[in-house]
Write a protein that binds this ligand. Structure first.
Ligand code: FES
Length: 645
């Protein structure tokens, strides 16, 4: 008689509750996802709900706002301290049931909210981090009770949150007494399982985490709100290890030649990461000591150096990793000054050349969840390749060299303002038009000179050289064998002899910049790189036993800049419906963010990585044959029907 039917939307859970039960209690009973950090004290405002008005004949409920107890003093206090609740909202921990009700739990009051991602094919991230906040009121010490401050905190966590056997490391203990007294015996404990990783005086509502992608060239960090999943600030830095060597292998050689060199490099990368942590925290209005958890991805050498493991074994066959599973270590052990008990989680490594960055890409793209067969390609100095679907995943790396990054190209440079990134060649006149990074205009449009006055025209970047070679092929300037056709020197002064070969001149030197040409050597470098990439891909396709793939996703900076049509014209990637070829942007960094925001994703990616079949291209007899066939543009024999369409 004195109980009322309560129906929760959107979960659809319902039950009868005694008059006077709070909405938060009812939700907890039913397992409805309703957040709370303060434990129902009317402080945090996370438990907001909306009573739905009106009769619902299907449920047999007449629901109304006054079927909840009237606004109480705690809600008044909340409003005066923290601002008014939005129209129609109540604090679920204060509003008590006094009639039949339909209660709507808005998305921002759910613990497991979903972060929807921008790309249509990317699955949403469920926010459920390893570290969560718990506000508690702790008993004051007195002369009759010898229990320590931590003992009383642990008791409070058990009594108020059901957390049994809380533990705490020395670094947190050192802060505990001050914090308890500063908070007037109320604190917010950040818990990782039952371990207290930080304590804040009074009510504290920010849980911060850091997701880091350690690339050999740049290090990028995102500061995330562990409650909402939002990225609060992002920043990047050049990897300071560059002073020990431009590419990965030269850094490993540095270690081999200079005993103790790995210690210097470890210190360099950790120092940069600490700087980044402080920069992003400051940008968002916090300090680095409030960061409760960090996750890290990187290729095997970057990973080992960051964790302080000598990478020397990765410098030569058989490329043995020291460890391949996920790593979970105190931040202080890897030289980071974050919250006192903060931990750093490193995603698992796949193989000697296929790192935690690729594991991040796999976690972000989720090919292991799908029926369709996805090809993931991350191109740097090495291409890291993953192929498969929910039944089977294979991975390998292929030695593409740095040509796709603009290195080893006569006019090549990194993608930076002033670099040619787009180019078109008129098949009739053989005249080029191009665009440089930093300007929206093509070289034959009015205003181009002014638009590039600041940057000049300095060279050609990786995506530019790919377009240049592909356009040269389409215009007949290059044969499918990759030879610059010297006979065309009769038709255009842009084809010029250089020794026994020919080059195509995009521009002559002038006051805006140097001469930029595509030489025979440049085309060879691109052919070698693309043949290595394609051969690695074909090797995996052979192993899987398929002749085509359903989707191709290019990860990393290279994948974001390149025009996928040109990648296919050159035969970097196999034939595929162009609508299903796309860029995932910094998917490795997104993988780090997922591992930060969702604790279950860690075991998930560790399990997936263990199941991945690792193929070593260097010892595969068929790799060489695939490589030779892939030297032709686009390929000696493989068809590209989607290019004809
Ligand atoms: Fe914190 Fe209701 S649970 S305000």
């Amino acid at each position: 008689a004195n109980d009322h039917l309560v129906f929760f939307a959107p979960s659809g859970k319902r039950e009868r509750f005694a008059e006077g039960t709070s909405v938060l209690e009812a939700a907890r009973k039913l397992g409805v996802d309703l957040d709370s950090v303060c434990g129902g004290r009317g402080i945090c405002g996370r438990c907001q709900v909306v009573p739905v008005e009106g009769a619902n004949p299907k449920l047999g409920i007449e629901s109304a706002a006054d079927h909840l107890s009237p606004w109480n003093a705690v809600e008044e206090r909340y409003t005066s301290k923290r601002g008014a609740l939005a129209e129609g909202r109540r604090l679920g921990c204060q509003a008590k049931v006094c009639g039949d009700l339909v209660i709507d739990v808005p998305p921002d009051s759910q613990v497991h909210r979903q972060v929807v991602r921008k790309r249509a094919e990317a699955h949403p991230i469920a926010v459920d981090p390893v570290v969560t906040l718990h506000y508690v009121e702790v008993r004051e010490p007195d002369m009759h009770d010898p229990a320590s401050d931590f003992r009383r905190l642990a008791e409070a966590l058990e009594a108020q949150w059901g957390v049994r056997d809380a533990t705490c490391g020395l670094a947190v203990l050192k802060t505990l007494q001050k914090v308890l007294r500063k908070g007037g015996w109320t604190v917010t404990a950040a818990l990782r399982g039952a371990e207290v990783v930080a304590v804040f005086p009074g009510f504290h509502e920010r849980a911060l985490g850091l997701a880091v992608d350690i690339g050999s060239t740049t290090i990028a960090a995102h500061l995330c709100d562990l409650v909402t999943g939002d990225v609060l600030a992002s920043s990047g830095l050049m990897n300071p290890q560059i002073r020990f060597g431009e590419d990965l292998m030269s850094r490993v050689s540095y270690v081999m030649m200079n005993p103790g060199g790995e210690v210097e490099m470890t210190a360099a990368v950790r120092g940069a990461l600490q700087d980044l942590a402080e920069a992003v925290a400051r940008e968002a209005g916090f300090s680095a000591d409030q960061i409760l958890e960090a996750t890290v991805v990187g290729n095997p050498i970057m990973h080992h150096l960051f964790f302080g493991i000598d990478p020397v074994e990765l410098g030569g066959a058989p490329f043995a990793l020291a460890v391949d599973g996920g790593l979970d270590v105190p931040a202080a052990d890897v030289g980071l000054a974050l919250a006192p008990g903060a931990k750093v989680y490193g995603l698992p490594l796949i193989a000697g050349h296929v790192g935690a960055d690729t594991a991040g890409v796999v976690l972000s793209e989720g090919p292991y969840l799908k029926d369709e067969i996805t090809l993931l390609v991350d191109v740097g100095t090495n291409a890291e390749i993953v192929l498969g679907n929910k039944d089977r995943l294979l991975a390998c790396s292929s030695p593409t060299g740095p040509a796709f990054e603009g290195a080893q190209i006569s006019s090549g440079q990194r993608a930076a303002p002033g670099a040619i990134e787009r180019i078109r060649i008129d098949a009739e006149t053989l005249e080029p038009r191009f665009r440089v990074i930093g300007s929206d205009l093509w070289s034959d449009e009015p205003g181009f000179a002014e638009a590039t006055a600041g940057t000049g025209i300095t060279g050609i970047c990786g995506s530019g050289i790919i377009e240049a070679v592909a356009e040269m092929l389409l215009a007949g300037l290059v044969t499918p064998d990759g030879i610059v056709d010297g006979a065309l020197a009769e038709r255009t002064p842009r084809v010029v002899g250089e020794g026994r070969t020919f080059a195509y001149v995009i521009r002559e030197a002038d006051d805006k910049g140097p001469r930029i040409a595509v030489t025979q050597g440049d085309i060879r470098a691109i052919q070698l790189a693309k043949a290595a990439l394609y051969a690695g891909i074909r090797l995996l396709m052979d192993r899987y036993g398929i002749a085509s793939v359903d989707r191709i996703t290019l990860a990393g900076a290279f994948g974001s800049h390149i025009d996928v049509r040109y990648a296919m014209i050159l035969g970097l990637i196999p034939d595929c419906d162009l609508a299903k070829v796309g860029s995932a942007g910094n998917a490795a960094g997104t993988g780090a963010r997922i591992a930060l925001l969702n604790k279950a994703s860690r075991a998930e990616i560790e399990g997936v990585v263990r199941r991945i079949e690792k193929i070593e291209t260097a010892i595969e007899p068929s790799f060489q044959a695939h490589f030779v066939d892939a030297m032709a543009i686009p390929h000696k024999s493989d068809p590209f029907p989607h290019l004809e369409a």
